[in-house]
Design a binder for this molecule. Structure first.
Ligand SMILES: NC(=O)c1ccc[n+]([C@@H]2O[C@H](COP(=O)([O-])OP(=O)(O)OC[C@H]3O[C@@H](n4cnc5c(N)ncnc54)[C@H](OP(=O)(O)O)[C@@H]3O)[C@@H](O)[C@H]2O)c1
Length: 163
């Protein structure tokens, strides 16, 4: 099965200049807890925005570039969306779609769970998460509002399951 994990602003903003829009340590901690030990699937641009290969997770990177390689046993490069869908959707194992905008747009219709961090503010951005049609999704967990002491940002963790 495919699940999305994303941190999005009130206006669905998720990135600017191939960077994240905020630093919320509790959110990064949750990302690590949820994805550790699982496959993570991402676009080439998101991979290049990471500080490096994330420990304890196998990385699948989607690119059209046949020459793109990463020299690591923890990385697999994939060139076709259909291959992603076929490989992960019908598996019992949970694979996490971790971004960015293009990949969320392509794979959201094939995901059955979403782990959202909603940052309660609008941000200027060049990359956005697709609008969620909440009539298709059931809320299975909601943290209530939390505050990040360093940035002063208010945020909430919301887990959704496809109805
Ligand atoms: N807030 C969050 O939770 C979050 C999470 C992740 C990322 N982000 C942010 O999102 C931004 C990056 O997102 P993005 O939309 O620019 O890029 P992206 O989705 O990470 O990657 C786009 C790339 O994926 C490849 N691709 C797309 N469709 C494909 C297809 N059908 N077949 C094969 N390859 C395909 C292409 O790579 P090639 O060009 O190599 O062919 C394309 O350039 C950054 O700002 C990042 O910080 C935010």
């Amino acid at each position: 099965m495919l699940s999305i994990i994303v941190a999005k602003a009130s206006n669905d903003a998720i990135g600017l200049n191939n960077k994240l829009l905020w630093h919320i340590s509790e959110d990064l901690k949750r990302f690590k807890e949820i994805t550790s030990g699982h496959n993570i699937l991402m676009g080439r641009k998101t991979f290049e925005s990471l500080p490096g290969i994330l420990p304890n997770r196998h990385h699948y990177i989607l690119t059209r570039d046949k020459n793109f390689t990463v020299d690591s046993p923890n990385v697999t490069v994939i060139h076709s969306l259909d291959e992603c869908i076929e490989k992960f959707m019908n598996s019992d194992e949970e694979t996490f779609v971790i971004g960015g905008g293009e990949i969320y747009n392509l794979l959201q219709p094939h995901c059955s769970k979403m782990y959202l961090t909603v940052v309660k503010k609008d941000f200027e951005a060049d990359t956005f998460f697709p609008q969620i049609d909440y009539s298709n999704w059931e809320t299975i967990h909601i943290s209530g509002e939390l505050a990040d002491e360093k940035s002063g940002l208010i945020f909430e963790f919301v887990d959704l399951k496809l109805k």
